[in-house]
Design a protein around this ligand. Structure first.
Ligand code: GDP
Ligand code: MG
Length: 234
């Protein structure tokens, strides 16, 4: 007998990247497209740490957006998290990355390539410290702020972030306007699904395959099936 608890499955997707690259904006966009605002509400968690004495503004800690997909046989929860890029939050980042099934690295096209590289290196360190092999983590690189004319990180430079990996797509985006946001998530799900199925055998009991899952996600996000998915693969 399958217990109800076994019918709930969670896939954790973590958005990382430099401070201000657009991680929260990605999740905000997705939250605004989802029809069920109640179950899929964007939760922003602030830490009570004060920057200085007398400052009572709390600092931003992380964002959480659940996307629930029900099938006839159970429920799949995509847990989207955005984690701060700066070093101060390394422990939070490490904790949230521990359970990651996939990662979106949101690079900031308006930053010099070295800044994106440094943030990416920190992501790799956090993964390694969790005992996760950075090179086998399902990963999509989003190159954000494509609307700004003064680009300081090119698509080619973004592509080199992942080193010799040939399975990592770079998706140019303007998260502010919503462009590239859904294709990034859909592409990451494509990368994550085979590994997730392998690692959580119970996922198979949901009776949903990847094309069905992507189609359900597109419906939820109002993306047409024939819409180009974007992305540059080497
Ligand atoms: N020009 C432009 N600005 C953006 C874009 N995406 C996000 N931003 C802005 O960049 C700033 C930081 O975004 P935010 O999502 O808070 O960054 P986070 O630190 O990665 O969560 C905000 O002022 C956003 O409005 C974009 O595609 N183009
Ligand atoms: Mg943020």
């Amino acid at each position: 007998m399958v217990s109800l608890a076994n019918r709930n499955h969670t896939i954790q997707l973590v958005y990382c990247g430099p401070f201000g690259s657009g991680k929260t904006t990605n999740l905000r966009r997705l939250a605004a497209w989802l029809p069920d605002r109640f179950r899929s509400r964007l939760l922003t968690v602030d830490s009570p740490v004060r920057r200085s004495a007398g400052d009572d503004s709390s600092t931003h800690c992380f964002d959480l957006l659940p996307i629930v997909i029900d099938t006839d046989l159970g429920r799949l929860k995509l847990r989207l998290l955005s984690v701060p890029g700066n070093l101060m939050y390394e422990p939070t980042r490490r904790l949230l990355l521990r359970g990651a099934d996939g990662v979106v690295f949101v690079a900031d096209g308006t930053l010099p390539a070295e800044d994106n590289q440094q943030s990416f290196a920190e992501l790799r360190t956090s993964l390694r410290e969790n005992g996760r092999a950075p090179d086998s983590m399902p990963l999509v690189i989003q190159l954000n702020k494509s609307d700004v004319s003064a680009q300081r990180t090119s698509v080619e430079q973004a592509q080199t972030l992942s080193g010799t990996r040939s399975d990592v797509a770079v998706i140019p985006s303007c998260a502010e306007r919503g462009a590239g946001v859904a294709p990034t998530l859909l592409h990451l799900m494509r990368m994550v699904w085979p590994t997730a199925l392998h690692e959580h055998e119970s996922l198979a009991s949901l009776g949903i395959d990847l094309p069905q899952l992507l189609s359900r996600l597109r419906q939820r996000l109002h993306v047409r099936d024939d819409e180009p998915q974007g992305g540059h693969t080497p």
